[in-house]
Design a protein around this ligand. Structure first.
Ligand SMILES: [Zn+2]
Length: 334
């Protein structure tokens, strides 16, 4: 049995495996610029965030119907469960779908259908977090937020993703103000490719409760001190950082230094289909490449539940943390 964990940084569109992409392309009559799943897999070599995003947006064009979104989410939940994920806070990018004519209702209801039965079928509780594309305008984000009002019973929070450099958090100040008024939780990607100042800005201007990535905080000792003092959770994604060249090699990943500094780190998969692994694969990778020991893996797992938005189900949070505390690494090896 793998170590129980929560996944807090996961883009559902980034779980689209080549096999499912081809199946959906055939079903929906979408032409993909690759001969087969094997050739597509070879395209998963990226220079940077932008080169990944180009393929990412191209592939998600196979998603059209509620069934497609439900199938996508269900495939992720099954894989995540097999790697010990017991709670998942799942990002989705509505603008990437509405901009190509897929209604928001189709996306939310399709994902929602899979999430509704996830706990019962996969043992994974879930939350849905709606992300805005930061390389689109603030007006487009606001329009998306207001259009989501009928579906807020399905949406726990908002996030900010896509190309970071040149798109500072403050661009979305008003959108986040309205999100807060609507009672939504707030997170944002910051400090992946963008500078440490974007992390401070996400906290100060957008009022985020968690920082997605936050890797580059290590360049600013005062910021690290603040993040430690305020126990701001960071959702790190080690395999993603290597694939998108935020770090040169996994062995050079700052996770151990970040934990030494007292930062509240979590380990997540980001876009697992593209970056070489799901949540458990990321845990295995940091254990292997960085020598992160068992007690630190336990701390990462505990952090993931502490940093999750399980406030309305403290009983489940306590239960899952107790499972982490009681976890026997020896039994997993046996
Ligand atoms: Zn991400």
């Amino acid at each position: 049995m793998p170590l129980p964990k929560a996944e807090l940084h996961l883009h559902i569109e980034g779980t689209l495996e080549p096999g499912l992409a081809f199946a959906l392309a055939a079903r929906n009559g979408v032409e993909l610029p690759f001969k087969d799943a094997e050739e597509l897999r070879h395209a998963y070599h990226f220079e940077d965030l932008q080169s990944f995003l180009d393929l990412y947006y191209r592939l998600m064009a196979v998603l059209h119907t509620e069934d497609d979104f439900a199938e996508l989410a269900d495939a992720y939940l099954a894989r995540a469960a097999a790697q010990g994920v017991r709670h998942a806070e799942i990002f989705f990018d509505p603008q990437a779908h509405t901009s190509r004519g897929v209604p928001l209702a189709t996306v939310v209801e399709g994902l929602g259908r899979a999430l509704d039965t996830s706990e019962e079928r996969h043992g994974v509780s879930t939350r849905l977090i709606m992300c805005f594309l930061r390389d689109e305008s603030a007006a487009s984000a606001m329009e998306t937020l207001l259009a989501a009002k009928p579906y807020l019973h399905r949406i726990a929070g908002v996030g900010l993703d896509s190309a970071e450099a040149g798109h500072p958090p403050a661009k979305f100040r008003e959108v986040y103000e309205v999100a807060a008024e609507l009672g939504l939780r707030r997170v944002a990607h910051a400090g992946e490719e963008g500078p440490p100042a974007y992390i401070s800005e996400a906290l100060d201007v957008l009022g985020v409760e968690r920082v997605d990535h936050g890797l580059r905080c290590m360049e600013d000792p005062e910021l690290v001190e603040r993040l430690v003092r305020d126990r701001v959770p960071l959702t790190l994604c080690p395999l993603s950082n290597v694939r998108l060249r935020a770090v040169r090699t996994l062995e050079e990943h700052p996770l151990p230094a970040m934990m030494d500094a007292g930062l509240m780190c979590t380990v997540n998969s980001d876009d697992p289909s593209y970056f070489g692994g799901y949540a458990g694969d990321n845990f295995d990778a940091v254990q292997r490449a960085l020598g992160v020991g068992e007690e630190r893996l336990r701390e990462l797992a505990r952090n993931s539940f502490l940093a999750s938005f399980l406030e309305d189900d403290e009983e489940r949070r306590a239960l899952l943390i107790a499972e982490v505390d009681a976890y026997d690494f020896g039994a997993d090896r046996a």
